[in-house]
Design a protein around this ligand. Sequence first.
Ligand code: F6P
Length: 516
Amino acid sequence: MSLQNTNPTKTKAWEQLSAHFNTAKDLELKDLFAKDTTRSKRFTIALDNLKLDFSKNKISQETLDLLVGLAKETGLENAIEQYFGGEIINATEGRAVLHTALRNNSGAAVISEEIDVMPEVNQAKESIKAFTEKVISGNWKGYTGKEITDIVNIGIGGSDLGPNMVVDALQYYKNHLTTHFVSNIDGDHVSEVIKKLNPETTLFVIVSKTFTTQETIGNALTIKEWFLQKASKEDVAKHFVAVSTNLEAVADFGIASENVFPMWNWVGGRFSLWSAVGISIALSVGYENYAALLNGAYEMDTHFKTADFDKNIPVVLALLSIWYNNFYEAESEAVLPYTQYLNTLPAYLQQAFMESNGKSVDRDGNDVDYQTGTIIWGAAGTNMQHAFMQLVHQGTKLIPCDFIGFETSLYGKEDHHKKLMANFYGQQDALCFGKTKEEVLASGVTADAIELPFKVFTGNRPSNCITADKLSPNSLGKIIAMYEHKIFVQGIIWNIFSFDQFGVELGKEMAKKLLK
Ligand code: F6P
């Protein structure tokens, strides 16, 4: 069974949405809130410790109903079944898309191409667990008999961004191991990392699905050369492990087969942190925390699979995004986490969203004549308030924002947390309600003051408020999976293939030619 091919702009729902937009575009958030005191409650969806309040969006109930109609008409229900059911929905590469199987805690089989993938997944988890416990406990010894103190993840793109972001995000839960990431082919990157390392106590994890990526193999060879200046070839087994599908290339590199963790073709690089690609996460925070991260994602998967579309967090996020992208012609979206721990979340999401949905050919092979893809950017609050928020509040562009906040801080510094959260909600209110000329006058600015028009805020700028109890492996797992499914829903509705990435190839080819 293949995915339905429907040009979204030719659907009945699209026609209705276009007609609706003509009046809806004049909706004022201020008025919507004034007319309906239950708006915030009505437009909130809760999933255990996670909540999405989407009331500050330029929508009415009718908008939401029509958007849900669009999802149904473009075959989303069926597509979700195919996604979780192991169908070959990555048709251009002939693969299933099963990162959800990696966190499937239901005990149920996941059959793809007549094979249950779960036994292999569970076996891989067992070996990740045993390996991480051995390293963390100090039972894994380096070539001079010393315990491991440093882990280096060598990878790029999906083999770097996800693990790097999660290790950063969960540093509160970290153990004694120091984790480093080498990704760029820029030799200065690897040199700066090597400078901090002692070969006797460092474990290198080479992560590459293909094991052919120029950056990763280049950096791994440089590191091996540096290692062999002190150690012998036989010592490589104690210091290098790999995560890959390309067992032959891994063996050629000199890594012992018992030190290779599996990857599968049905896991896309940008969705792979749930596989052994996340081994540096498990090493950093311990297997239990890693398993809790996976479980958070599993809980989001279950919600996504079962909740009605208008009560479904990833579906609603995707529909709102389409509303702004395709009707308001918004060019980008900002992701604004109010925790320094998630400062690299936007960079991670850039690959997830833009490599997935930056496509201009539809599932029929025809050029699309409508907008796809969303440009994602952002940074942690409150720092970004002192950087780019001027443009979001008073610039000419409409930039829908996702604000992500947590009810409690991890170190319990109440005073700081109150200030942080006051800013978190203050920004959303300012974007939504603005400040009229009358309010500026009432605040003491005189009618002839030169600054009067510059102090007016139009407001009516949309945002989502995503909150969780605290930043934990569980809530982080939910947040990442929430965005993964948002990407999926958008791709289905835009009628594009979200799981290939041919667009990254030409530049690589050109670089190879130039190198010769
Ligand atoms: O940039 C293209 C890409 O293929 C990404 O999709 C992937 O995450 C990255 O390169 C790394 O690939 P690999 O894990 O095969 O080294």
